[in-house]
Design a binder for this molecule. Structure first.
Ligand code: ME8
Length: 656
């Protein structure tokens, strides 16, 4: 019988080189799902890769003085090393600089152009180079990029556009009717209300302002810009439009596109529209997971708070990291990482619950039965409870994994492990061992324990990639015995009696948490120092490369006045924004919206004197008209401070 297929993808990664454990989240989740499905007998294709074009990467390579492809090659090697370290079992790693991909993207572009779904026009917008994003004026916050807060440039270019608006009704119907398509369900209303219902705009899909990209086949001064290049990787990787499209025929449509929540919009709106334009079937599921935060803050190299997966794996083992990711982050929601919880979880679940269980049981088999697993001799009520739990484990875990709920799946396995530990305390093997009759009963107890451990280890294989095989070795189970696959979980009672155990080393050494926390703090401090230094270097390059000098007449155009904050409140549904009423010496105070909510509370703002740009064109932010801009200073760590007069002056005083 032909195997059922399962095609799963991660997004393609930017070759930023700033890998942190948050970056690893998508690949680890997909890896666990891919491994689970493989063990269930599916024919799995797991795709990951890198998204290598665009102005940002071109600039980074230039500032490093390296030819861009060479620069990216180095970063991609490092990323592949990381995936290897984390045991990511991908079937293909696509690079958007692969020749087959580039050719296929050109063919796709041609197809869409010929169909009339791509047309030429002109684009004007505010461009943020670091984010590679265009913004409309009203989207800017204090005249800066709403995502990263950096300077934007007004850019007008001749561009090609994809007729996204044409697919508005079909996309809306897709999200409304196919409840399985976009997950978790909370994302459906978000997309419908924030993006689809307000009206889909045609999408700019080419650029002339830089050349690091795939050329528009019939207009070589344009490069194909980001989404048509990036999103199509999911089909070009399978050979779509290529000489050999066997994989495409076999695996498309994808079963799951997995990604972080910030790029769901592109995958649930733009991607299906491109596929509709190409007359191709749509992916079955687009899943947007939450972010992994560090100490409840977004991880960022410039903040120096990134947790280095290489260091974590080296010090504490790959399985400890995989376990944390899969167990601790509620799927679909944001999760938090702290060194302390990581170390505690490793000690409590992996070293204590699992590690101790295995070492206690193998030690007892060695001690009481010369290392040979005994056959059971009887069956009692207390055995039944453990056996029931062990037998229900696989169907329960499967139903969780069908919903991509790895934390609950792992919790189910660890409940069995904890129950087995309790079973030892209830059965008191050390007392049983004292009499002949007790020793007969002890055979059952130790058999049940070994079998519970085996069944748990079988299910743990997709999640932890190293520990299960160590457990099998300790129980004397070889790969060829038919005791490590999911089909061996139908019933409790596999033929493991007679196998010779090998106690060996502890699976996980317990960690002195206080000592390790200190080590990790030192590592973070070192990273922060490096991040500061790197930011300084970056600023130096920026200053020399992009900041042009202006004359006094340019400066004179800016009207700056002292203002006094009379009232201030948070802007609803905008984490970064505060809305202030500011007296700048005019008849009525001005309403000014600023992206400073992370640094100042409304209460702190009231009464403060600030410097206001008063002749800035009003701009609408979240529906509020902002009539000016407050001046702030930002250091290289992203810390922000208001500029205030050194002593109190009258509101409305000119600054200059
Ligand atoms: O977005 N927590 O690439 P990318 C959880 N090239 N997930 C995180 C994370 C965190 N702290 N930080 C990053 C891109 N990720 C585009 C995709 S697809 C056609 C183009 C996740 O390198 C992020 O959400 O910025 C995404 O799923 C993946 O890492 C790659 O992000």
């Amino acid at each position: 019988m032909e195997k059922k297929k399962f095609y799963i993808t991660t997004p393609i990664y930017y070759p930023s080189g700033k890998w942190h454990i948050g970056t690893c989240y998508t690949t680890i989740i997909c890896d666990a799902l891919a491994r689970y499905k493989r063990m269930q007998g599916y024919d799995v294709f797991y795709l990951t890769g890198t998204d290598e074009h665009g102005q940002k990467i071109q600039k980074v390579a230039a500032s490093n003085g390296v030819e861009v492809k060479k620069y990216i090659d180095g970063v991609v090697d490092e990323l592949k090393r990381l995936w290897k370290l984390l045991d990511i079992s991908y079937d293909k790693f696509i690079r958007t600089t692969d020749e087959e991909h580039e050719k296929a993207v050109q063919k796709i572009f041609n197809k869409l152009y010929e169909k009339g779904d791509i047309y030429k026009s002109a684009y004007e917008g505010w461009y943020c180079t670091p984010c590679e994003a265009f913004w409309t004026k009203t989207q800017l916050v204090d005249g800066k990029c709403p995502d990263c807060g950096r300077e934007v440039e007004l850019t007008k270019e001749e561009s090609y556009f994809f007729r996204l608006s044409k697919y508005q009704d079909r996309i809306q119907k897709l999200i409304e009717d196919d409840k399985e398509f976009l997950q978790p369900v909370t994302r459906q209303n978000e997309m419908l209300n924030n993006f689809i219902k307000p009206g889909l705009q045609d999408l700019c899909v080419s650029r002339t302002s830089f050349d690091w990209g795939i050329k528009v086949p019939f207009d070589a001064k344009h490069v194909i810009y980001v989404w048509i290049d990036a999103l199509t990787n999911y089909i070009t990787a399978l050979g779509y439009t290529g000489d050999n499209d066997e994989l495409f025929k076999k695996y498309w449509p994808a079963d799951v596109h997995m990604m972080g929540k910030e790029i769901i919009r592109f995958h649930s709106i733009i991607w299906p529209a491109i596929l509709m334009a190409l007359d191709l079937p749509l992916p079955k599921k687009v899943y947007g997971h939450g972010w992994l935060m560090f100490n409840n803050d977004k991880m960022s190299k410039s903040k120096g708070n990134i947790v280095d997966p290489f260091i974590l794996c080296e010090r504490y083992g790959v399985d400890a990291l995989r376990y944390y990711m899969l167990r601790e982050v509620p799927f679909g929601q944001d999760g938090n990482f702290t060194n302390e919880i990581f170390l505690k979880l490793r000690n409590s679940d992996l070293a204590n619950d699992l590690g101790n269980l295995v070492s206690r049981v193998t030690a007892m088999v060695s001690h009481y039965f010369d290392g040979v697993i005994p056959a059971p001799t009887d069956s009692q009520e207390v055995d039944r409870q453990l056996i029931d739990m062990a037998e229900k484990m696989y169907p329960t875990v499967t139903s969780y994994m069908d919903e991509m709920r790895a934390p609950e799946a792992l919790e189910t396995v660890f409940k069995v492990i904890q129950r087995a530990n309790k079973y030892i305390d209830e059965c008191t093997p050390w007392i049983l061992a004292k009499t002949d009759e007790g020793k007969e009963r002890l055979k059952t107890v130790l058999y049940n324990l070994c079998e519970s451990i085996r069944m748990s280890a079988v299910i743990l294989q997709p999640f932890l990639t190293q520990t299960p095989s160590k457990i099998f070795a300790k129980l004397g189970i070889g790969e060829d015995m038919g005791l490590t696959g999911f089909d061996s979980l139908q019933k409790f009672g596999a033929k493991i009696d007679g196998l010779k155990v090998d106690k060996g080393e502890q699976l996980f050494q317990r960690i002195d948490i206080a000592k390790e926390l200190k080590v990790m703090d030192d590592i973070l401090e070192e990273q922060l120092k490096k991040a500061k230094q790197a930011k300084k270097e970056e600023k130096k390059v920026e200053n020399t490369v992009t900041i042009e000098q202006i004359g006094i007449e340019d400066f004179a155009k800016v009207q700056l006045k002292v203002g006094k904050v009379l009232e201030c409140k948070k802007v609803e549904k905008a984490d970064k924004l505060l809305c202030s009423q500011i007296d700048v010496g005019e008849e009525t105070p001005r309403t000014i919206v600023s992206g400073i909510a992370k640094y100042y509370t409304p209460e702190e703002m009231v009464g403060k004197q600030v410097i206001v740009v008063t002749n800035l064109k009003p701009a609408k932010l979240r529906g509020i008209e902002s009539q000016g801009m407050i001046l702030c200073a930002e250091d290289e760590n992203g810390e922000l401070a208001l500029i205030t007069p050194s002593k109190s002056v009258k509101a409305g005083s000119e600054v200059g």
